[in-house]
Design a protein around this ligand. Sequence first.
Ligand code: NAP
Length: 499
Amino acid sequence: MSPTPAPGGPAGPASCDFVVFGGTGDLALRKLLPALFLRDAEDQLADDARIIGVSRADVDDAAYRAGARAGLADHVPDADPVAVDRFLGRLHHVPLEFDDAEGWHLLHGLLKNRPLGEPDPVRVFYLAVAPSLFGLICERLEQVGAVDERSRVVMEKPIGHDLESARAVNDAVGRVFDESQVFRIDHYLGKESVQNLLVTRFANTFLEPVWNAHWIDHVQITVAESLGVGSRGGYYDRAGALRDMVQNHLLQLLCLVAMEPPTVASREDVRDEKLKVLKALKPLTAAEVDRDTVRGRYGAGLVDGEPVASYAEEVGVPDTRTETYVALKAEVNNWRWAGVPFYLRTGKRMDRRLSEIVVVFKQPPHAMFPHSEGVNEANRLHIHLQPDEGMRMHMTAKEPGPGGIRLRPVSLDLSYAATFEQRLPDAYERLLMDVIRGNPTLFMRRDEVEAAWTWVEPILDRWASTPERPRKYPAGTTGPTAAATLLERDGRAWQETDQ
Ligand code: NAP
């Protein structure tokens, strides 16, 4: 079955039933409903669009709407009350236990309950539940006849915990939905700054000639969180930072930095190019895993001046072996990137919340100002993903004044908020509308997910086979010292500031 584009296309919003499995969960209330509300407030949902939450909770539409109203008050505090009322009117709740055949007919009845003579709208089935339930939900949807060629299914991470389980999840969903109907979401790809990275690279000419091993020394990708695992401890202790962050978000960011220009920035072309990067990642041998990866786990410490518990205390597993921090060195074995290290790091309970990509260029080939005062640092392009989206290019300039040349580092800044003076949409707003419109460009294809697992798996295997445990780092710091050594060994250092 291949998807039919939404009627109206760019000209008008698609008529749509958006079903959220896990409609009372954290993801639905904190991200999905606020994102759909904000799009609705901008008139991007069709008049007859409906949003149907599904969970075991015994709540009717009125109670579900009351819960959603409270969620919106928390997450979109300045929402227009008229727009809120209109949005809440779109919401329905169907109580059902996925395992139990009965409730499915209620859901199907609601989906079929449309004005006579009108075609079925686009149906989006958003799986905001544990991946072990994905296959069952898809099977039940097919059994009750709720799936047609205009249906789409959205899969949240984690898609498996290794290659084999990822294949099993993909197979289970693939028995019902054609790959072209499957949208695997990675919300990092919906960020404005991430899409702007593509535009900066491919809609301008000045970067492309220097975007390669001749001119780039190395690339750093950092995703640091100051939060701990919170209520996700049960899941996280089985996953760890490599599975939770590196296998998906960080490798996707690496792909966007490293990929070749696609023919057009849409649909399969971008995904084809990302896949080539994943396949070009140099596999790590056991010895390279020992040398080029660092894993850590936070102990107790201070975050924003407040004492916080250790990871083991937080999850209540004293002898846990799970890593909450990873730093590693990856290499892309192709013509463009030969010899350029990509250093990736991610951690929880770090000294700050920060996601950024730093492209560090080589020093000029010849020192033209050897006797001048000041500093001639290598050029760096910082691409900020959070907390503030934007870019900063670090250059060297002459400090004004007579009497010789004094060099001074300066920066060219593009702050998104300051430049465009408009609200930056949350990544989910963009991505959910792409699902409704049937545009898969910013979603991961099955072969990408599996290629990412193929690269990550030898690291997981090696870690599992050694008696070593993750290194401890105090909460509220930049991570284990071994992560600094990883770069020092290569004569480099993490960019801790963007100054
Ligand atoms: P959650 O708060 O535990 O919500 C789970 C939802 O699924 C609830 O609505 C729950 O409602 C429903 N549910 C669970 N089992 C069910 C069953 N057998 N039949 C019917 N409904 C059932 O989880 P979450 O944080 O929203 O996360 C959902 C999924 O998204 C997880 O796989 C998570 O890893 C992933 N994810 C979450 C986030 C996030 O920010 N939260 C981010 C990325 C990915 P009842 O218990 O009332 O049935």
